[in-house]
Design a protein around this ligand. Structure first.
Ligand SMILES: Cc1cc2nc3c(=O)[nH]c(=O)nc-3n(C[C@H](O)[C@H](O)[C@H](O)COP(=O)(O)OP(=O)(O)OC[C@H]3O[C@@H](n4cnc5c(N)ncnc54)[C@H](O)[C@@H]3O)c2cc1C
Length: 385
């Protein structure tokens, strides 16, 4: 079977679902194909909550994209008449010279963003669930909060369908073949022809984009949920979302008791153990739970009740731990959306817009210069030198 589409989106997780909704809203004839079903457990976009914050410690250059992402999340909510983004504030905790604290201050100063500094005494009074060392501080970004990943993915797909997109689930794309008249997308059950293709296949990206095969590395990420010992202190109204710089022990993140499972925590990139995306996620083991239990007992004693749930998910890391959003070198009809190195969900709403721009216009006005193949090559060359 051959069909002609303006754009085909391969992979309908976070990035692909946002892209197809943006494309369909612009009146484009578009098809989306996913190997599984929306927000499935092998994707990187499930697990109840994703953190969003504005004063980005990683680099101030992300802030304009985040401002656009916030606006786009609110547009999505308005179109769905539903909640996707909840503002609780986000606390960024650590020593004053830690990467998270100093980076957040720098980003907020540069972009004139509101930020409150709290010492350990003020933290005890205002947010007693957190236990800080005397020499630690917390920065409260009042615009931080959490997103609902499953609702976002389902919401984008619902809008795409109502704007006329064709959606195919349970259909794995096995090859993408550029030709004279267009690009052919081949799956076990169909062949489709499109003028442009967006590849947003998350932890599987290396299979369809050989240039990323050695560079996009899926790793095991573990999160766990705990019933709080103090239900009052851990309500979203009383406990902001947080990230915590533990120096050489990495950084941890967590959410208040949003749903029935309670407080959720994890360590960014966990133990950085590579996994095979075509195998089931490796089970949570004792080493995993020991890490998270120790953290919650030490740092959030009022939250450290019974661990009721734990799960393995996938991060897919690029060498720079940045994003890659670009046209494929050698064929400008193919747009590549990297899985975003474990911190991309908050950007989904703006990445969808960027991918639609790249597919339709071959470029975008949004600032993505740092996320190109050239930037990745430069990073690799610097690292090798
Ligand atoms: C536990 C965890 C916590 C996180 N926390 C945060 C956070 O707090 N804040 C934040 O901003 N980010 C966070 N992230 C990162 C963020 O969730 C990811 O960057 C994002 O979800 C990746 O989305 P994606 O669309 O690239 O991948 P996915 O959502 O995995 O989508 C890829 C899709 O492609 C499909 N696919 C693959 N191969 C094929 C094929 N051959 N044919 C057809 N379909 C195919 C898959 O079935 C899948 O549905 C977290 C990630 C994890 C795992």
């Amino acid at each position: 079977m051959t069909a002609l589409f303006d754009v085909a989106v391969v992979g309908l997780g976070a990035m692909g679902s946002a892209a197809i909704a943006h494309l369909a809203a612009r009146g484009v004839k578009v098809i989306g194909i996913d190997a599984y079903y929306p927000a499935h457990a092998l994707s990187s976009s499930h697990g109840d909550s994703r953190l969003i914050r504005l004063g980005y410690f990683e680099d101030p250059s992300y802030v304009p994209l985040l401002q656009r992402a916030y606006a786009n999340w609110r547009t999505l909510e308005a179109r769905l008449c539903g909640d996707i983004l909840t503002t609780t504030g986000v606390l960024q905790i650590g020593k004053p010279d830690s990467k998270i604290v100093s980076g957040t201050k720098k980003s907020c100063a540069l972009h004139n963003l509101p930020l409150e500094t709290l010492d350990s005494g003020e933290m005890r009074r205002r947010f007693p669930v957190f236990s800080l060392d005397e020499d630690e501080i917390a920065l409260l970004d009042p615009q931080g909060g959490y997103l609902r990943p499953e609702a976002a993915v389902m919401g984008y797909l619902k809008l795409a369908a109502s704007d006329g997109a064709a959606l195919h689930f349970g259909e794995r794309v096995t090859a993408i073949e550029p030709g004279g008249d267009g690009v052919t997308i081949i799956s076990a059950t169909g062949r489709y022809s499109a003028s442009k293709v967006i590849i947003a296949t998350g932890s599987w990206i290396g299979e369809l984009v050989p240039a990323l095969r050695d560079h996009a590395v899926p790793i095991k990420q573990v999160v766990a949920w705990y019933q709080p010992t103090d239900g009052f202190m851990t309500m979203p109204q009383r406990m902001p979302v947080f990230i915590r710089d533990e120096g050489e022990n990495g950084s941890f993140f967590g959410f208040p008791a949003i749903g029935v499972d309670g407080i959720k925590i994890g360590r960014h990139a966990h133990f950085r153990e590579p996994i095979d995306p075509n195998q089931p996620n490796p089970p949570v083991n004792e080493r995993d739970t020991h890490l998270l239990d120790s953290f919650i007992n030490h740092r959030l004693p009022a939250a450290a009740g019974v661990r009721v749930r734990s799960a393995t998910c996938r991060y897919t890391m690029l060498p720079s731990e940045d994003f890659l959003l670009d046209l494929l070198p050698g064929d400008k009809r193919i747009v590549v959306a990297s899985p975003c190195s474990g911190h991309g969900f908050k950007f989904t709403s703006v990445v969808g817009e960027i991918l639609a721009d790249l597919a339709l216009d071959g470029g975008t006005n949004l600032p993505i210069g740092a996320f190109s193949f050239k930037a990745m090559d430069r990073f690799l060359a610097t690292r090798a030198a």
